[in-house]
Design a protein around this ligand. Structure first.
Ligand code: ADP
Ligand code: MG
Length: 370
């Protein structure tokens, strides 16, 4: 059981500033996911919470106590890394018991802690095996088990699944979610660059970018109400399309004339000052549907079709605004994701529309939704 409070936290290595203005309050029992581009400081922030990195400025509290200068071993925190180094000559049981033996716990306490962890992680059948006789996913569970036995207040996970293959990632992700349910009072922070992990595991997602926090919210808040273009494009895959245009009428609804020609009414209010301003209309690939004559917001020739089975991705050359959160494909091509197999659309000119309530509008990188 633990709350975490970060107030104006800063991290610099010498003259190089890595994180700034980190303000974040985490409740007991929350599962918080940190996402962000590579190198944005996710691991650094986690290591500062763990006490493995010093805090340059600001305050970190665990359960209301300032812990800036408290050593890692006394913070009640367990950290699980992506590379899980188990002791190869020790059984699963011995691996999990090791830290408790060092801490001079009684045999009864150790047995009870291992039984509890093995049950939460479904490791009971493997307790007497050596790591080499386990699959990658089972080993990762043992690594998690070693931290559970110590009954920490806070669990920190730094991309714990990124060494696993796709099928195991899914299985282990579901296990982590079950583990969280089995330990509802444990506070967890989980770093990942995997969209699906972030969306499925998190109570709240913290998007880190540009040395700070871009937005904090539930997965669906970030998906439906991104505050910036960066968050809009970072959450969701393929990334949101950004179509450049100009505001041609303001009021309770905003009329945007796209550079490509279509006039679109967006149910987002704007005031008169926005008249004539350059904006980007944001449309998620999955929100596009084929349109009839006169209702399209975009029209173009399909260059590539990726038929993925349950959906097809249509790539259509287009003038788009290139945001920092975009991946390379959607800088040159608008992407539409349609249900079903649509290889027949390759080379065809298609008209696309999207439900007005799904549209986003950005000026200077910021959402115009209030
Ligand atoms: P992420 O985990 O989000 O990929 P990191 O937290 O590992 O990013 O790194 C954040 C930034 O801090 C990077 O630009 C990295 O080069 C820098 N950095 C990390 N550790 C050190 C260090 N010990 N000395 C100097 N710079 C560092
Ligand atoms: Mg990292």
């Amino acid at each position: 059981m633990a709350t975490l409070n970060l107030t104006d936290v800063v991290k610099s290595y010498g003259d190089v500033n890595v994180l700034n203005d980190i303000n974040l309050d985490i409740d007991t029992g929350e599962l918080i996911v940190f996402v962000g581009p590579s190198g944005c400081g996710k691991s650094t922030l986690l290591r500062m919470i763990a006490g493995l990195e010093s805090i340059t400025d600001g305050v970190l509290k665990i359960d209301g106590q300032v812990v800036n200068d408290v050593p890692p071993s006394q913070r009640g925190i367990a950290m699980v890394f992506q590379s899980y180094a188990l002791y190869p000559h020790m059984t699963v049981r011995e691996n999990m018991a090791f830290a408790l033996k060092i801490a001079k716990k009684s045999k009864e306490e150790i047995d009870a802690a291992i039984a509890r962890a093995a049950s939460a992680l479904q490791l009971e059948p493997y307790l007497d095996r050596l790591p080499k006789a386990l699959s990658g996913g089972q080993r990762q569970r043992v690594a998690i088990g070693r931290s559970i036995v110590r009954d920490p207040k806070v669990y920190l996970f730094d991309e714990p699944l990124s060494n696993l293959d796709a099928a195991l990632r899914v299985a282990t992700r579901i296990e982590i979610s079950q583990l969280k349910e089995a330990m509802p009072d444990s506070t967890m922070i989980y770093v990942t660059h995997d969209q699906v992990e972030a969306m499925t595991l998190a109570d709240r997602i913290v998007v880190l970018a540009g040395k700070g926090i871009a937005q904090v919210g539930s997965p669906l808040e970030l998906y439906e109400r991104p505050r910036t273009e960066f968050v809009a494009q970072f959450i969701g895959s393929p990334a949101m399309n950004l179509l450049p245009g100009t505001v041609t009428a303001t009021g309770a609804e905003t009329q945007v004339t796209l550079a490509a020609g279509a006039v679109v009414t967006v149910p987002i209010p704007t005031d008169d000052a926005m008249q004539g301003r350059a904006v980007n209309l944001g449309v998620r690939p999955e929100d596009f549907v084929l349109a009839g004559d006169g209702e399209a917001i975009f029209e173009g020739a399909v260059e590539i079709v990726e038929a993925l089975g349950e959906v097809s991705l249509l790539y259509i050359p287009a003038e788009l605004s290139v945001g920092e959160g975009a991946d390379s494909a959607n800088q040159t091509h608008l992407i539409a994701k349609l249900p079903g197999i649509h290889e027949e659309l390759k080379g065809q000119t298609v008209r696309l529309r999207a439900a007005p309530t799904k549209l986003q509008l950005f000026a200077d990188g910021l959402s115009l939704r209030t």
